[in-house]
Design a protein around this ligand. Structure first.
Ligand SMILES: C[S@@+](CC[C@H](N)C(=O)[O-])C[C@H]1O[C@@H](n2cnc3c(N)ncnc32)[C@H](O)[C@@H]1O
Length: 174
């Protein structure tokens, strides 16, 4: 039995009415970029986050990644996906074209997630390989590194969790 005034989760049909009928197009403002992915499941999770915050996903142009996105897409319509042939050259081109590059990584020079400001310009969010992290050559290109504080025993968070937290902060939705 529920107490009067206790919270009630909204139903699927209520949620559907509140959502947009179609996926967002390329707003070209916030891009989540897992450019060295290892696990299919993380790509599907990041794609859902992109849909939720109005971001695009940038992934390597590889056949297994295309298949992983098709398999892992649990949305009726998926959000915008950019294909990247050569990650380092692509990142350099993004920077030269005026985008801000933010790496999500555990690094001494990093700002804490709580101090990260919402994105005011086109921002590319670099996410690292599940085991090896963001390559040093890519870290050398970024404007800022953000770290999510941890107080547990694990060395790091799952990459899709880390990317999702940063995406929400940059989108100004936290
Ligand atoms: C599972 S971590 C592995 C790499 C990590 N350098 C290590 O040695 O454990 C994979 C990626 O998730 C992101 N990540 C995980 N935890 C993070 C945290 N607390 N702060 C920032 N990024 C994190 C980073 O992009 C990292 O490259």
């Amino acid at each position: 039995m529920t107490r009067p005034g206790s919270p009630r989760a909204r139903s699927r049909s209520e949620l559907r009415r509140q959502r947009r009928p179609d996926s967002h197009r390329c707003w070209d403002h916030l891009l989540l970029a897992p450019l060295w992915p290892l696990h299919d499941a993380n790509l599907g999770t990041l794609l859902r986050t992109c849909d939720a915050v109005g971001a695009c996903l940038a992934v390597p142009r590889e056949a297994w990644i295309q298949r992983a996105l098709e398999k892992g897409n649990t949305l009726r319509r998926r959000s915008c996906v950019h294909r990247v042939s050569e990650p380092l050259r692509w990142l350099d081109a993004q920077r030269r074209a005026g985008s801000r590059l933010v790496a999500v990584e555990l690094a001494d020079e990093a700002v804490r997630l709580g101090d990260l400001a919402a994105a005011r310009q086109r921002t590319v969010v670099l996410l690292g390989h599940e085991r090896d992290g963001v390559p040093p050559e890519a870290l050398a290109l970024v404007d800022e590194v953000v770290e999510i504080p941890m107080i547990g025993t694990g060395l790091s968070l799952n990459v899709a969790v880390a990317g999702s937290l940063v995406a929400y902060k940059l989108a100004g939705m936290l």
